[in-house]
Design a protein around this ligand. Structure first.
Ligand SMILES: *Cc1c(COP(=O)(O)O)cnc(C)c1O
Length: 394
Protein backbone atom coordinates (compact mmCIF):
# COMPACT_ATOMS: atom_id res chain seq x y z
CA UNK A 1 0.00 0.00 0.00
CA UNK A 2 1.62 3.30 -1.09
CA UNK A 3 1.74 6.30 1.27
CA UNK A 4 -1.12 8.79 1.47
CA UNK A 5 0.63 11.47 -0.58
CA UNK A 6 1.39 8.95 -3.32
CA UNK A 7 -2.26 7.89 -3.23
CA UNK A 8 -3.53 11.45 -3.70
CA UNK A 9 -1.20 11.95 -6.66
CA UNK A 10 -1.82 8.61 -8.42
CA UNK A 11 -5.14 7.04 -7.33
CA UNK A 12 -7.05 8.65 -10.23
CA UNK A 13 -4.66 7.53 -12.99
CA UNK A 14 -6.84 4.65 -14.16
CA UNK A 15 -9.72 7.01 -14.72
CA UNK A 16 -7.73 9.13 -17.19
CA UNK A 17 -8.57 8.27 -20.77
CA UNK A 18 -5.45 9.90 -22.21
CA UNK A 19 -1.82 10.59 -21.39
CA UNK A 20 -2.10 14.14 -20.03
CA UNK A 21 -0.06 14.50 -16.83
CA UNK A 22 -2.57 16.96 -15.37
CA UNK A 23 -6.11 15.80 -16.11
CA UNK A 24 -8.02 17.85 -18.66
CA UNK A 25 -11.20 19.59 -17.52
CA UNK A 26 -14.20 17.94 -19.18
CA UNK A 27 -16.31 21.06 -19.38
CA UNK A 28 -19.15 19.37 -21.18
CA UNK A 29 -22.76 18.70 -20.22
CA UNK A 30 -23.01 15.56 -22.32
CA UNK A 31 -21.05 12.84 -24.14
CA UNK A 32 -21.80 11.16 -27.44
CA UNK A 33 -22.15 7.43 -28.06
CA UNK A 34 -21.02 5.36 -31.07
CA UNK A 35 -24.16 3.27 -31.26
CA UNK A 36 -27.54 2.60 -29.67
CA UNK A 37 -26.24 -0.12 -27.39
CA UNK A 38 -23.46 1.99 -25.87
CA UNK A 39 -25.90 4.85 -25.44
CA UNK A 40 -28.46 2.67 -23.65
CA UNK A 41 -25.69 1.24 -21.47
CA UNK A 42 -24.56 4.75 -20.44
CA UNK A 43 -28.05 5.62 -19.26
CA UNK A 44 -28.07 2.90 -16.60
CA UNK A 45 -24.42 2.71 -15.54
CA UNK A 46 -24.11 3.54 -11.84
CA UNK A 47 -21.21 5.90 -11.15
CA UNK A 48 -20.46 6.12 -14.87
CA UNK A 49 -18.50 9.01 -16.33
CA UNK A 50 -19.32 9.69 -19.94
CA UNK A 51 -23.08 9.79 -20.60
CA UNK A 52 -24.39 13.11 -19.25
CA UNK A 53 -22.57 15.21 -16.64
CA UNK A 54 -25.44 14.96 -14.12
CA UNK A 55 -24.90 11.19 -14.43
CA UNK A 56 -21.14 11.52 -14.10
CA UNK A 57 -18.09 13.13 -15.63
CA UNK A 58 -14.43 12.02 -15.82
CA UNK A 59 -13.50 14.83 -13.41
CA UNK A 60 -16.00 13.43 -10.88
CA UNK A 61 -14.61 9.91 -11.32
CA UNK A 62 -11.04 11.13 -10.77
CA UNK A 63 -11.84 13.03 -7.56
CA UNK A 64 -13.97 10.09 -6.32
CA UNK A 65 -11.15 7.59 -6.98
CA UNK A 66 -8.88 9.53 -4.62
CA UNK A 67 -11.57 9.89 -1.93
CA UNK A 68 -12.33 6.13 -1.99
CA UNK A 69 -8.66 5.24 -1.73
CA UNK A 70 -8.07 7.66 1.16
CA UNK A 71 -11.14 6.52 3.09
CA UNK A 72 -10.37 2.85 2.39
CA UNK A 73 -13.79 2.19 0.84
CA UNK A 74 -14.93 0.30 -2.22
CA UNK A 75 -16.52 3.34 -3.90
CA UNK A 76 -17.02 7.10 -3.63
CA UNK A 77 -18.87 9.89 -5.39
CA UNK A 78 -18.71 13.67 -5.37
CA UNK A 79 -21.54 16.20 -5.10
CA UNK A 80 -22.14 19.92 -5.41
CA UNK A 81 -21.70 20.58 -1.66
CA UNK A 82 -21.51 18.77 1.64
CA UNK A 83 -25.21 19.38 2.19
CA UNK A 84 -25.95 17.90 -1.25
CA UNK A 85 -24.06 14.76 -0.18
CA UNK A 86 -26.09 14.53 3.03
CA UNK A 87 -29.56 15.22 1.63
CA UNK A 88 -29.01 12.94 -1.38
CA UNK A 89 -27.88 10.08 0.87
CA UNK A 90 -30.69 10.58 3.37
CA UNK A 91 -33.34 10.75 0.65
CA UNK A 92 -31.87 7.56 -0.83
CA UNK A 93 -31.81 5.63 2.43
CA UNK A 94 -35.00 6.55 4.31
CA UNK A 95 -38.73 6.73 3.52
CA UNK A 96 -41.82 8.12 5.22
CA UNK A 97 -42.51 6.23 8.45
CA UNK A 98 -38.79 5.56 9.11
CA UNK A 99 -36.85 6.87 12.08
CA UNK A 100 -33.37 8.48 12.04
CA UNK A 101 -31.01 9.06 14.97
CA UNK A 102 -28.65 12.04 14.96
CA UNK A 103 -26.48 13.92 17.43
CA UNK A 104 -27.26 16.97 19.54
CA UNK A 105 -23.88 18.43 18.59
CA UNK A 106 -23.45 18.55 14.81
CA UNK A 107 -23.08 20.94 11.91
CA UNK A 108 -26.10 23.29 11.85
CA UNK A 109 -27.26 22.15 8.41
CA UNK A 110 -27.27 18.52 9.53
CA UNK A 111 -29.25 19.49 12.64
CA UNK A 112 -31.72 21.35 10.45
CA UNK A 113 -32.19 18.33 8.15
CA UNK A 114 -32.98 16.27 11.26
CA UNK A 115 -35.19 18.79 13.06
CA UNK A 116 -36.84 20.68 10.21
CA UNK A 117 -36.66 18.80 6.88
CA UNK A 118 -37.13 15.10 7.67
CA UNK A 119 -40.17 15.51 9.97
CA UNK A 120 -41.94 17.33 7.10
CA UNK A 121 -41.40 14.22 4.95
CA UNK A 122 -42.87 11.89 7.57
CA UNK A 123 -39.50 10.70 8.90
CA UNK A 124 -39.19 10.93 12.69
CA UNK A 125 -35.86 11.84 14.27
CA UNK A 126 -34.19 11.70 17.69
CA UNK A 127 -31.09 13.70 18.64
CA UNK A 128 -28.86 12.11 21.29
CA UNK A 129 -25.89 13.13 23.41
CA UNK A 130 -23.12 11.54 21.36
CA UNK A 131 -20.68 11.41 24.27
CA UNK A 132 -22.87 8.66 25.76
CA UNK A 133 -22.80 5.44 23.63
CA UNK A 134 -25.80 4.14 25.62
CA UNK A 135 -27.86 7.06 24.31
CA UNK A 136 -27.79 5.65 20.77
CA UNK A 137 -29.08 2.29 22.00
CA UNK A 138 -31.78 4.06 24.01
CA UNK A 139 -33.01 5.92 20.93
CA UNK A 140 -33.25 2.82 18.69
CA UNK A 141 -36.76 1.88 17.66
CA UNK A 142 -38.30 -0.74 15.36
CA UNK A 143 -38.42 1.80 12.48
CA UNK A 144 -34.86 3.14 12.90
CA UNK A 145 -33.13 2.94 9.50
CA UNK A 146 -30.20 5.33 9.79
CA UNK A 147 -27.81 6.77 12.39
CA UNK A 148 -25.97 9.99 11.50
CA UNK A 149 -22.82 10.75 13.45
CA UNK A 150 -20.24 13.52 13.23
CA UNK A 151 -16.89 13.29 15.03
CA UNK A 152 -15.28 15.54 16.05
CA UNK A 153 -18.47 17.59 16.00
CA UNK A 154 -18.80 21.13 14.70
CA UNK A 155 -18.20 23.34 16.72
CA UNK A 156 -18.00 21.63 20.15
CA UNK A 157 -15.41 19.02 19.09
CA UNK A 158 -17.28 16.23 20.86
CA UNK A 159 -16.22 12.70 19.95
CA UNK A 160 -18.48 9.81 18.96
CA UNK A 161 -17.40 6.24 19.65
CA UNK A 162 -17.50 5.06 16.02
CA UNK A 163 -17.02 1.38 16.76
CA UNK A 164 -19.73 1.31 19.44
CA UNK A 165 -22.25 3.01 17.13
CA UNK A 166 -21.33 0.82 14.14
CA UNK A 167 -21.62 -2.40 16.18
CA UNK A 168 -24.98 -1.34 17.60
CA UNK A 169 -26.30 -0.42 14.16
CA UNK A 170 -25.07 -3.67 12.52
CA UNK A 171 -26.83 -5.72 15.19
CA UNK A 172 -30.12 -3.97 14.33
CA UNK A 173 -29.72 -3.77 10.55
CA UNK A 174 -29.41 0.01 10.67
CA UNK A 175 -27.19 1.98 8.25
CA UNK A 176 -24.59 4.37 9.70
CA UNK A 177 -23.21 7.55 8.15
CA UNK A 178 -20.33 9.58 9.58
CA UNK A 179 -19.46 13.19 8.75
CA UNK A 180 -15.65 13.04 8.56
CA UNK A 181 -15.19 16.69 7.52
CA UNK A 182 -13.31 17.82 10.64
CA UNK A 183 -11.01 14.80 10.92
CA UNK A 184 -10.22 14.20 7.23
CA UNK A 185 -9.26 10.67 6.12
CA UNK A 186 -5.70 11.47 7.14
CA UNK A 187 -6.66 11.60 10.82
CA UNK A 188 -9.58 9.15 10.91
CA UNK A 189 -11.21 6.60 8.60
CA UNK A 190 -14.71 5.74 9.86
CA UNK A 191 -14.92 2.67 7.56
CA UNK A 192 -12.19 1.04 9.67
CA UNK A 193 -14.57 1.12 12.63
CA UNK A 194 -17.48 -0.37 10.67
CA UNK A 195 -19.29 2.83 9.63
CA UNK A 196 -21.14 2.24 6.34
CA UNK A 197 -21.01 5.63 4.60
CA UNK A 198 -18.49 8.40 5.25
CA UNK A 199 -19.28 11.86 3.96
CA UNK A 200 -17.53 15.20 3.70
CA UNK A 201 -18.01 18.82 3.15
CA UNK A 202 -15.18 18.72 0.58
CA UNK A 203 -15.48 22.52 0.64
CA UNK A 204 -13.31 22.30 3.75
CA UNK A 205 -10.09 20.29 4.18
CA UNK A 206 -10.37 17.97 1.17
CA UNK A 207 -10.25 20.89 -1.23
CA UNK A 208 -8.33 22.98 1.26
CA UNK A 209 -8.15 26.30 -0.55
CA UNK A 210 -11.53 27.94 0.16
CA UNK A 211 -12.31 28.21 -3.55
CA UNK A 212 -14.79 25.37 -4.16
CA UNK A 213 -18.11 24.16 -2.75
CA UNK A 214 -18.18 20.36 -2.96
CA UNK A 215 -19.22 17.23 -1.14
CA UNK A 216 -18.11 13.61 -1.13
CA UNK A 217 -19.55 10.25 -0.08
CA UNK A 218 -17.55 7.04 0.40
CA UNK A 219 -18.67 3.50 1.21
CA UNK A 220 -19.59 0.09 -0.21
CA UNK A 221 -20.57 0.03 -3.91
CA UNK A 222 -24.12 -1.23 -3.28
CA UNK A 223 -24.97 1.67 -0.94
CA UNK A 224 -23.23 4.18 -3.19
CA UNK A 225 -25.26 2.87 -6.14
CA UNK A 226 -28.48 3.61 -4.24
CA UNK A 227 -27.27 7.11 -3.35
CA UNK A 228 -26.12 7.64 -6.93
CA UNK A 229 -29.57 6.77 -8.28
CA UNK A 230 -31.15 9.39 -6.00
CA UNK A 231 -28.43 11.87 -6.98
CA UNK A 232 -29.66 11.66 -10.57
CA UNK A 233 -32.95 13.07 -9.23
CA UNK A 234 -31.65 15.61 -6.69
CA UNK A 235 -29.28 16.91 -9.39
CA UNK A 236 -26.60 17.67 -6.84
CA UNK A 237 -24.02 17.73 -9.62
CA UNK A 238 -20.54 19.10 -9.02
CA UNK A 239 -19.34 21.32 -11.87
CA UNK A 240 -16.43 19.76 -13.82
CA UNK A 241 -14.11 22.68 -13.04
CA UNK A 242 -14.92 22.38 -9.35
CA UNK A 243 -14.26 18.63 -9.45
CA UNK A 244 -10.93 19.37 -11.10
CA UNK A 245 -10.09 21.96 -8.42
CA UNK A 246 -11.08 19.48 -5.71
CA UNK A 247 -8.75 16.83 -7.16
CA UNK A 248 -5.97 19.38 -7.39
CA UNK A 249 -6.58 20.42 -3.78
CA UNK A 250 -6.54 16.84 -2.55
CA UNK A 251 -3.07 16.23 -4.03
CA UNK A 252 -1.63 18.18 -1.08
CA UNK A 253 -4.02 17.04 1.65
CA UNK A 254 -1.38 14.78 3.27
CA UNK A 255 1.03 17.72 3.31
CA UNK A 256 -1.48 20.18 4.76
CA UNK A 257 -3.11 18.08 7.47
CA UNK A 258 -0.01 17.63 9.67
CA UNK A 259 0.37 21.43 9.77
CA UNK A 260 -3.31 21.94 10.60
CA UNK A 261 -2.93 19.35 13.38
CA UNK A 262 0.17 21.07 14.77
CA UNK A 263 -1.44 24.52 14.63
CA UNK A 264 -4.67 23.34 16.28
CA UNK A 265 -2.75 21.65 19.09
CA UNK A 266 -0.44 24.64 19.67
CA UNK A 267 -3.33 27.14 19.74
CA UNK A 268 -5.39 24.96 22.08
CA UNK A 269 -2.48 24.53 24.50
CA UNK A 270 -1.59 28.23 24.44
CA UNK A 271 -5.14 29.51 24.91
CA UNK A 272 -6.36 27.07 27.56
CA UNK A 273 -4.30 28.78 30.27
CA UNK A 274 -5.15 32.34 29.24
CA UNK A 275 -7.16 34.26 31.86
CA UNK A 276 -9.68 35.55 29.25
CA UNK A 277 -10.54 31.97 28.31
CA UNK A 278 -12.86 29.82 30.41
CA UNK A 279 -12.59 26.69 28.28
CA UNK A 280 -10.94 25.36 25.14
CA UNK A 281 -12.60 22.50 23.26
CA UNK A 282 -9.98 20.47 21.41
CA UNK A 283 -9.73 16.66 21.36
CA UNK A 284 -5.92 16.79 21.41
CA UNK A 285 -5.91 18.38 24.89
CA UNK A 286 -5.57 16.00 27.82
CA UNK A 287 -8.27 18.07 29.51
CA UNK A 288 -10.77 17.11 26.77
CA UNK A 289 -13.22 14.74 28.50
CA UNK A 290 -12.97 12.25 25.61
CA UNK A 291 -9.24 12.58 24.93
CA UNK A 292 -8.71 8.80 25.34
CA UNK A 293 -11.41 7.91 22.82
CA UNK A 294 -10.13 10.57 20.42
CA UNK A 295 -6.62 9.10 20.67
CA UNK A 296 -8.01 5.59 20.03
CA UNK A 297 -9.74 6.49 16.77
CA UNK A 298 -7.76 9.47 15.44
CA UNK A 299 -4.09 9.86 14.51
CA UNK A 300 -4.25 13.68 14.66
CA UNK A 301 -6.84 16.13 15.96
CA UNK A 302 -7.27 18.67 13.19
CA UNK A 303 -7.08 22.43 13.01
CA UNK A 304 -10.40 23.45 14.56
CA UNK A 305 -10.84 24.43 18.18
CA UNK A 306 -13.67 25.95 20.20
CA UNK A 307 -12.81 28.76 22.61
CA UNK A 308 -15.18 30.01 25.29
CA UNK A 309 -14.47 33.39 26.85
CA UNK A 310 -15.06 34.51 30.43
CA UNK A 311 -16.89 37.60 29.11
CA UNK A 312 -19.52 35.79 26.97
CA UNK A 313 -20.61 36.98 23.52
CA UNK A 314 -19.13 40.51 23.79
CA UNK A 315 -15.68 39.25 24.64
CA UNK A 316 -15.84 36.50 22.01
CA UNK A 317 -16.80 39.06 19.40
CA UNK A 318 -14.06 41.46 20.47
CA UNK A 319 -11.52 38.61 20.22
CA UNK A 320 -12.53 37.99 16.61
CA UNK A 321 -12.01 41.69 15.89
CA UNK A 322 -8.47 41.62 17.32
CA UNK A 323 -7.20 38.65 15.30
CA UNK A 324 -4.86 39.67 12.50
CA UNK A 325 -4.43 36.40 10.65
CA UNK A 326 -7.77 34.70 11.24
CA UNK A 327 -10.49 36.45 9.29
CA UNK A 328 -14.13 36.42 10.32
CA UNK A 329 -15.68 33.85 8.00
CA UNK A 330 -18.12 30.95 8.03
CA UNK A 331 -15.82 28.35 6.47
CA UNK A 332 -12.83 26.31 7.63
CA UNK A 333 -10.27 23.83 6.35
CA UNK A 334 -8.42 26.11 3.94
CA UNK A 335 -4.80 27.17 4.06
CA UNK A 336 -5.88 30.48 5.61
CA UNK A 337 -7.03 30.69 9.23
CA UNK A 338 -10.69 31.61 9.70
CA UNK A 339 -12.65 32.30 12.87
CA UNK A 340 -16.34 32.63 13.52
CA UNK A 341 -19.03 33.03 16.16
CA UNK A 342 -21.13 29.87 15.49
CA UNK A 343 -24.25 31.18 17.23
CA UNK A 344 -24.45 33.98 14.61
CA UNK A 345 -23.52 31.79 11.66
CA UNK A 346 -26.38 29.28 11.65
CA UNK A 347 -29.33 31.63 11.83
CA UNK A 348 -30.23 30.91 8.20
CA UNK A 349 -30.69 27.22 8.95
CA UNK A 350 -31.88 26.97 12.56
CA UNK A 351 -34.31 28.85 14.81
CA UNK A 352 -32.94 30.92 17.73
CA UNK A 353 -34.08 28.25 20.14
CA UNK A 354 -32.41 25.46 18.14
CA UNK A 355 -29.18 27.48 18.14
CA UNK A 356 -29.35 28.10 21.91
CA UNK A 357 -29.67 24.33 22.40
CA UNK A 358 -26.69 23.65 20.14
CA UNK A 359 -23.93 26.14 21.02
CA UNK A 360 -22.88 28.33 23.97
CA UNK A 361 -23.32 32.04 23.08
CA UNK A 362 -19.74 32.97 23.98
CA UNK A 363 -18.09 30.31 21.84
CA UNK A 364 -15.60 31.15 19.08
CA UNK A 365 -14.66 28.55 16.49
CA UNK A 366 -11.09 29.04 15.37
CA UNK A 367 -9.99 27.07 12.30
CA UNK A 368 -6.23 27.17 12.05
CA UNK A 369 -4.85 27.34 8.52
CA UNK A 370 -1.36 26.29 7.47
CA UNK A 371 0.41 29.50 8.48
CA UNK A 372 3.51 29.27 10.67
CA UNK A 373 2.57 28.01 14.12
CA UNK A 374 4.41 30.70 16.07
CA UNK A 375 2.63 33.49 14.13
CA UNK A 376 -0.84 32.08 14.83
CA UNK A 377 -0.13 31.49 18.52
CA UNK A 378 1.30 34.98 19.05
CA UNK A 379 -1.66 36.54 17.22
CA UNK A 380 -4.27 34.61 19.24
CA UNK A 381 -2.56 35.31 22.57
CA UNK A 382 -2.30 39.03 21.76
CA UNK A 383 -6.01 39.15 20.84
CA UNK A 384 -6.97 37.34 24.07
CA UNK A 385 -4.87 39.74 26.13
CA UNK A 386 -6.37 42.74 24.32
CA UNK A 387 -9.95 41.70 25.16
CA UNK A 388 -8.98 41.13 28.78
CA UNK A 389 -7.46 44.61 29.00
CA UNK A 390 -10.56 46.17 27.40
CA UNK A 391 -12.82 44.31 29.84
CA UNK A 392 -10.77 45.61 32.80
CA UNK A 393 -11.09 49.22 31.57
CA UNK A 394 -14.83 49.03 30.81
C1 LIG B 1 -19.48 22.95 6.28
C2 LIG B 1 -19.91 21.65 6.85
C3 LIG B 1 -20.94 20.92 6.26
C4 LIG B 1 -21.73 21.44 5.07
O1 LIG B 1 -20.98 21.37 3.91
P1 LIG B 1 -21.18 22.39 2.66
O2 LIG B 1 -20.08 22.01 1.76
O3 LIG B 1 -21.09 23.77 3.20
O4 LIG B 1 -22.54 22.11 2.12
C5 LIG B 1 -21.25 19.69 6.79
N1 LIG B 1 -20.60 19.20 7.87
C6 LIG B 1 -19.62 19.88 8.48
C7 LIG B 1 -18.93 19.30 9.68
C8 LIG B 1 -19.24 21.13 8.00
O5 LIG B 1 -18.26 21.81 8.62
Amino acid sequence: MPGKTTVTVHADREVHPDRAVAPPIYQTAAFSAEDAETFAQGAVEARGKDFYTRFGNPNHAQAAAVVAELEGTEAAMVTASGMAALTTAVLALVSAGDHVIGQKSAYGGTTSVLLNLLPRLGVSTTLVDQTDPEAFAGALGPRTRLILVETPSNPLLQITDLRAVADLARAHDVITMADNTFATPLNQRPAEFGIDVTWHSATKYLNGHSDVSAGALAGPADLLDRIWDTGLLTGATLGPIDAWLLLRGMRTLPLRVPRHNANGQALAEALQDHPAVSRVYYPGLESHPQHRLATDQMSGFGGVLGIEFTGGFDMADAFLGHLNYSRRSASLGGVESLAVHPASMWRGMLSDEQITDAVPPGLVRLAAGTEDTADLVADALAAATAVLTEAAIA
